[in-house]
Ligand binder design. Structure first.
Ligand code: SF4
Length: 95
């Protein structure tokens, strides 16, 4: 399998709504050290400005069949890369 073998190119969409992270996602982020105790995200190589934008983004995930916040997509095992406003998604089944 090639390094960029993937099933889906998923378009990243924007919302003007204030996005609230579900508790489950927060716990996951904290567990993996991507969020501090105050609930502030710490993603490597991502500037605060970018983070702010990322929080307004979502994808219609073809695997989970629901809208997924981009931050969650970003840490998903299927996430390969972000190219020109699209997520390159491996498309493997998730539990
Ligand atoms: S990387 Fe994960 S969350 Fe993102 S679209 Fe693919 S399966 Fe869904």
């Amino acid at each position: 399998m090639g390094e960029l073998e993937r099933k889906y190119d998923v378009k990243i969409q924007n919302t003007e709504d204030k996005v609230k992270f579900p508790d489950e996602l927060k716990a996951k982020l904290k567990d993996s050290g991507l969020m501090d105790a105050k609930g502030k995200l710490k993603l490597k190589g991502v500037s605060p400005k970018m983070l702010k934008r990322m929080k307004q983004e979502f994808v219609e995930c073809p695997v989970l069949k629901e809208d997924i916040q981009f931050v969650q997509c970003f840490i998903c095992p299927n996430f390969q890369s972000r190219v020109m406003g699209e997520v390159l998604c491996k498309g493997d089944p998730l539990k």
